[in-house]
Design a protein around this ligand. Structure first.
Ligand SMILES: [Zn+2]
Length: 245
């Protein structure tokens, strides 16, 4: 049953593989960051993957959104992702939601997930995701990109700064210029944070923001601190995260 995972079981063991197969990961956004994150999470054998995106594939997505082909232009991303993932790994459970991420659907998704991936392209929606993850004490991995620049951090509500501690105000929605490799690298890093969180191995980017400038090959980590007066997470305590049974 685990044959396709043979090469990774040599590292994580059968028990690690079982942990992955018992976990539920939500990826919010199936675009530039979501494409590689979703593919690698499906490849590693996460038991249940929830993907939410309301968009339709546009030809301008194809420079970076590697889940889609020319034939998918004009189709709903949620539908395409579902079809592709079912062919790619039939052993995992996939739920694709063709809706805009907002409070209502967000609650349902965040409640179900063990960990959430922010693969969004705007701060307004990220702040809704941040608020819900803090409310339900769910860890989430944030990444953002612009051009050749990217940033990533892993947020454990009550323990690390939340997004509102790091970025006090959402910036307005714009069309972000981007070269495909940037969300490629960042999306894969998001998947690796999720895998390590589920397995409980290595170190996470908790309380740390990794900043990447691919144009000049610069990778640096800066410490980020909780804001005790944060309107979202100020005063909340360290949670006891539990994976679903
Ligand atoms: Zn906060």
């Amino acid at each position: 049953m685990f044959e396709r995972y043979d090469r990774q079981i040599k590292i994580i063991g059968v028990e690690g593989q079982r942990r992955l197969s018992r976990s539920c990961v939500a990826v919010v956004g199936a675009g530039g960051l979501g494409s590689p994150a979703i593919l690698y999470l499906a490849a590693v054998g996460v038991g249940k993957l929830i993907v939410v995106d309301k968009d339709v594939v546009s030809v301008t997505d194809l420079n970076r959104q590697i889940l889609y082909s020319e034939e998918d232009v004009g189709k709903k991303k949620a539908v395409v992702v579902c079809e592709k993932l079912k062919k790619f790994n039939s052993g995992i459970d996939i739920e694709c939601i063709d809706r805009e991420f907002g409070e209502e659907i967000g609650r349902e998704i965040v409640k179900k997930a063990d960990i959430v991936v922010d693969a969004l392209d705007n701060w307004e929606t990220r702040f809704i995701l941040n608020k819900l993850c803090v409310e339900y004490r769910k860890p989430f991995v944030h990444a953002g990109i612009h051009g050749w620049y990217g940033q990533i951090t892993t947020i454990i509500p009550g323990e690390t700064p939340c997004l509102a501690c790091i970025v006090p105000k959402p910036t307005p929605r714009t069309t972000v210029p981007v070269i495909g490799v940037t969300p490629g690298v960042l999306g894969v890093l998001e998947a690796s944070q999720v895998i390590k969180y589920i397995l409980g191995v290595g170190t996470l980017l908790t309380g740390k923001l990794l900043i990447i400038d691919l144009l000049y090959n610069e990778f640096r980590i800066i410490e980020v601190k909780r804001n005790p007066k944060c309107p979202v997470c100020g005063g909340i305590q360290k949670p006891q995260p539990e994976l679903s049974p």
